[in-house]
Write a protein that binds this ligand. Sequence first.
Ligand code: UT7
Length: 352
Amino acid sequence: MLRAQILGLGSYVPERIVTNDELRFLDDKHERRDTIQTETNDEWIRARTGIEQRRYVDNDGKTTCSDLGLRAAQAALADANLTAKDIDCIIFATLSPDIHFPGSAVFLQSKLKVDGEEGCAAYDIRQQCSGFIYGMQMADAFVRAGIYKKILLVGAELHSHSLDFSTRGRDVMVLFGDGAGAAVIGATDSEDPRSGILYTHCQADGSGAMDLYLKVFEIGHVPYVWYDANNRDENQIKYPQMNGKKVFLNAVRNMVVSTQRALKETGLTWDDINWFVPHQANLRINEAVVQYAEIPASKVLNTIQLYGNTTAATVPLTIDHHRKAGTVKKGDLILSTVFGAGFTWGSAIFRV
Ligand code: UT7
């Protein structure tokens, strides 16, 4: 019986570390000014979110989301002992694509030097913070159906270029960081129901669509970009907007239910599972999920303190970070639960 398994994992974060203290001095170009640009502080950010620092790409006007994805993809391919030529499908999850279209997967394919007439399939998916688990469900289904044999699943985000570096945008700006993670998912012939990817489940509730969004343009508008992007009175549309409290409550509720459902449907208990890897949006969200879903605290992996919220990248980045630290070992069983804009959410149980 065909089953999907994770053959390799990789991640990448840019070198530049931006602490909470430094953040409030940064201008639109991420350059440090002498005077405070955003009324925020380390104490507020740590207490409300758990974040201590995040990573930003150099603001040289050249780095794109697919560049971050490339670095993570190369690491995952090396970990799997494969090259890009072995891949027959790319799934790229991001909310910060290089340009509006085409999607970032084709740019990544070119950067991996496997484009051309024999180029593999390339999908972009748009499930924001849930992108990696949605992508894993797709990859699992493709592999089980025999459609593709080796899939490169990438979650990458370049947030720092589209944040509002001012007191107006502080509720969102302080949360996000740049980074990427990737997995190579391949086919194996196995009858063992506890091997590879054991379980995926994804859901969405479109009634929350406008509680966390970034418009930039509206295609129903004529012209579809009508504002002066440099005019601060009218350019809020080019920055993400969030109804923070509503997102927070929905995240906790749906992540708890989704996690409990994953255990119920597989018949597994926390004794079977090595690690819980929740999406990294806010440490307080994760602490509440752990409490309400009665998850053993010693099995919870977080990285938000170091990287902030990297949306589609948080799950592979967190696993890879803890793998490099020696915490996560080959063959460990992971239950991951995510929640994000849409609203979208889901869980997966898989061996790394
Ligand atoms: O990736 C998935 C999607 N994202 C999430 O899951 C995020 C979900 N939401 C959250 O994490 C939280 O709602 C936030 C961290 C965004 C905000 O925390 P909160 O405890 O809900 O704060 P709040 O929005 O109720 O704001 C409390 C106060 C306000 O001041 P007043 O009106 O009480 O005077 C805000 O203006 O904190 C102020 N505030 C800030 N102060 C300093 C908001 N942002 C900041 C800031 N620094 N960055």
